[in-house]
Write a protein that binds this ligand. Sequence first.
Ligand code: 6PG
Length: 468
Amino acid sequence: MAVTADIGLIGLGTMGSALALNIAENAGPIAVWNRTTATTRAFHAEAGALAANITPCETLEALVAAIRPPRAIILMVPAGQPVDDQLAALAPYLSADDLVIDAGNANFHDTNRRARAGLPFRFLGMGVSGGEDGARHGPAIMGGGDKPDWDRIAPILTAIAASYQGAPCADWMGPEGAGHFVKTVHNGIEYADMQMIAEVYGLMRDGLGLHAPAIAEAFGQWNTGPLQSYLIEISAQVAAATDPLTGAAMLDVILDKAGQKGTGRWTAIEAQHLSAPIPVIEAAVAARNMSARLDERVAGEALFGPAPQAVTEGLGLPDLHDALLAGKILCYAQGFSMTAAAGPAFGWDLQLPSIARVWRAGCIIRSSLLDAMAQALAEDPARSLMLAPTFAAELQRCVPSLRRVVSVAALQGHSVPALSAGLAWFDAMRTRRGTANMIQAQRDFFGAHGFDRLDGADVHHGPWGESA
Ligand code: 6PG
């Protein structure tokens, strides 16, 4: 079989198909293979003018033969065992300098394991964000593995990636699972952004009594200011949509149980391992789990009385806007600070400004704030975003609103776990004299764990024996 392609792709599901078309359109000829041959044929048949740039292959052997050596093959198969199975299936056909790129939502620990496994070919792990539309027209790409392997494939990846003011949103994040790690943090932030928007939506709906069209209008308007982002934009769109079945607002007929594939959970788990506080993201993950427990919520409402009360005074849309902005800044500060902790823990030189730059376009959390974040992180990557002058000034302005929103929500019975977690974190991180002296005294009391003293004196245990 003749060599027809610069690159191959395995797995023609939604994301794989979109990525293959993107490559065919913007990067060059591609060969594709899917486990089910009918899917490969249908994909090619529906590719329109791009079909000429696509070689549909019916066996793995044919796929490999169609790609110009040294080969590059993108895997877009479900994360987990299917990736290991596919790597094993490819091994007999590949040479040592062929390169396989796992572009699925892999757990970065799996990518670390694969990178260290001594595979008989080159291997990269690559986070791809932007959903189906992003994959088709320009995703954000977070690569991990050996830098020369990234450099080899970078021309194709930068050609298909989104770009921000001409700069491609595709970059190498570091060795091994660094790319998938950064994608994991992205998804944790994605969960938190979505949850905070949902909390504010709840306050609009149940607190201010706004109907979906008014909510759509508010989000639409917010999307023209500092909250401008893909997630606010689509929130306006979903709030404006009408259910074709009933004519009701689409949002009003959707069951309030959120699904998840688990990448947000990985962020929370990893943050715990790193001792990195990311309470907004953790709250967002917990909120998805709470949403799933519908039966318990029904029983809870039956026992404790009706759901939230209307907000009668003291809170309006400008407060909700500013609370969301403060929450968002605090959440990103946590996400970047977790990323900063991961570098030394894994031996990776993670470049925080590059990460922020890659997230400026193409990905689900793209927003106008990310360019300013990239600049603040470039000024001083070791400084919390909360302390960077631009964001500190914004927090000074917006935290009073966050405080009002969280207080009113608590008084009226609205559940706002992510916004509350943001505020609690802010208050903890701006308090010189906290309360952990009590914890240290307790630990010393029951376990003789010792403590440091404010006055520096060389006495590290309390007089508990005498006073107890
Ligand atoms: C993206 C998304 C995408 C997807 C995940 C998370 O960046 O394009 O993060 O990867 O939305 O599957 O979805 P869950 O909400 O199901 O965990």
